[in-house]
Design a protein around this ligand. Structure first.
Ligand SMILES: Cc1cc2nc3c(=O)[nH]c(=O)nc-3n(C[C@H](O)[C@H](O)[C@H](O)COP(=O)(O)OP(=O)(O)OC[C@H]3O[C@@H](n4cnc5c(N)ncnc54)[C@H](O)[C@@H]3O)c2cc1C
Length: 399
């Protein structure tokens, strides 16, 4: 869906487009890159580049390092980032804990953490899930007991993405067992270098190390690291999950992916002869493109939602469900189209060889495999599809 742009918005779009071409020219190594396969240094470098251009966290309030852009400008920026195949940003700082701190943090917390998130020098991870407490998050048991000016934290988190490269973790911890489970949860910022923290790797089906278990044994955390009020962490956790789900929908990833699929299709149509079922793949690509269009309409509705309409809270649910299913189907299509080339597994030192006139589909083949395997998880993290559908049937359809 094309946004109808005013003359002023068209000028803004041109400005963003020109700047992106400067910082991410055609042959830039990050172009078409995915944070799934970027190192910490590369992610930090890209975050810093964005920040130097004033784009470190476009959604934050301007006085805290964000922009003064309205929703149309943000939508234009996202579309331009997708157009140049820009990699995403590590979400844990910019789109998860950052907005929570902007909204609910103390002045000291904002001053300590927001600049480091913006320039990419400090990395965060998310300590929500525990063994037995994933979908049923409110049952979490990691305990924080007050002792003088500290909390003493004991327990375990699991599936903690990037904990092995993170400097800080934002954690949901139990500070009370009174009342409903949601009422005894607090939101705590914990320095990963604190004595008593142990990180153990979990290797996933894509052969990579994204995930970890994190153990806390008598970890002392200053009370000053509590965000908002004690036992009100569930409110901040839900605020964060809404942002997380909208991000996971991945309209930028999908747009890049559709363009790549089209390149591969064009190339194979010309070169692969009758063995390539061009019509069948074109139909599948068209069907995915239509699904993308409807997802983008939802995203625009969420972006332009009136603050009191409730859409901003509700729409991330279908966006996450539809977006992640679409991402998985795109991965399957790429796999089917590329055939044997898809079996090349990504390794960090893989150097694709691309002919002069050849669209770089061979360069994308290993990434497609990596993406396809990693993406089996996208309908699980940030809340499983089944659970999202349960919430929608209750709160949207009233069933
Ligand atoms: C790649 C990846 C990265 C992740 N990163 C993080 C992270 O950085 N930080 C973090 O805190 N967590 C992270 N998670 C954890 C993620 O949030 C949980 O996996 C998710 O919430 C599901 O919880 P669970 O794994 O305990 O599954 P369970 O909750 O045990 O669910 C198991 C199955 O039961 C179904 N089910 C459960 N309840 C219901 C219900 N009420 N109705 C219908 N079906 C139901 C689920 O859909 C699922 O199929 C990550 C997970 C993955 C896979």
């Amino acid at each position: 869906m094309e946004l109808k742009l005013s003359a002023e918005e068209q000028a803004f779009q041109q400005e963003i487009r020109t700047r992106f071409e400067e910082i991410l020219p055609e042959d830039h190594p990050y172009r078409g890159g995915s944070i799934i396969s970027m190192s910490r240094d590369e992610m930090a470098d890209w975050q810093n580049t964005l920040n130097e251009n004033g784009w470190g966290a476009i959604g934050w309030p301007q006085e805290l390092g964000g922009t003064d852009w309205g929703d149309p400008q943000k939508a234009i920026f996202q579309a331009e980032a997708a157009r140049v195949n820009a990699p995403g940003q590590s979400p844990f700082g910019v789109t998860m804990v950052g907005p929570v701190l902007c909204e609910f943090g103390t002045e000291a917390q904002k001053a300590q953490h927001l600049p480091n998130i913006l320039d990419g020098s400090v990395f965060w991870c998310q300590g929500y899930s525990e063994p037995g407490s994933g979908s049923d998050l409110a049952s979490l048991r990691t305990a924080a007991i007050r002792d003088g000016d500290d909390y003493v934290v004991n327990g375990q988190k699991i599936w903690t993405t990037q904990a092995h490269i993170a400097d800080w973790i934002f954690c949901l911890v139990r500070t009370s067992t009174e009342g409903k489970p949601q009422q005894g949860i607090s939101f705590l910022l914990i320095d990963m270098k604190s004595p008593g923290i142990e990180v153990k790797p979990i290797y996933t089906i894509d052969g990579d190390h994204h995930l970890n278990e994190v153990y806390f044994t008598d970890v002392r955390v200053p009370v000053d690291n509590l965000v908002g009020n004690e036992n009100e962490g569930w409110t901040y956790a839900k605020f964060l999950l809404g942002n997380e789900r909208a991000g996971i929908a991945g309209t930028d990833i999908i747009l890049n992916g559709l363009a790549n699929l089209k390149n591969v299709h064009d190339y194979l149509s010309e070169t692969a002869g009758e063995s390539y079922q061009a019509d069948a793949f074109a139909r599948r690509h068209a069907e995915l493109s239509v699904r993308y269009e409807s997802l983008q309409m939802l995203e625009n509705r969420a972006l332009f939602a009136a603050p009191d309409s409730g859409d901003g809270m509700i729409l991330p649910l279908p966006m996450k469900t539809l977006g992640t299913e679409l991402q998985q189907d795109m991965g399957d299509l790429a796999y089917d189209m590329l055939g044997a080339d898809s079996t090349v597994l990504f390794t960090a030192d893989f150097e694709p060889t691309v002919g002069d006139n050849e669209p770089n589909y061979r360069a994308h083949a290993p990434n497609q495999t990596h993406f396809m395997l990693f993406n089996r998880a996208s309908t699980i993290f940030g809340g499983t599809t089944e659970v999202q559908k349960g919430i929608m049937s209750k709160f949207v359809l009233g069933l």
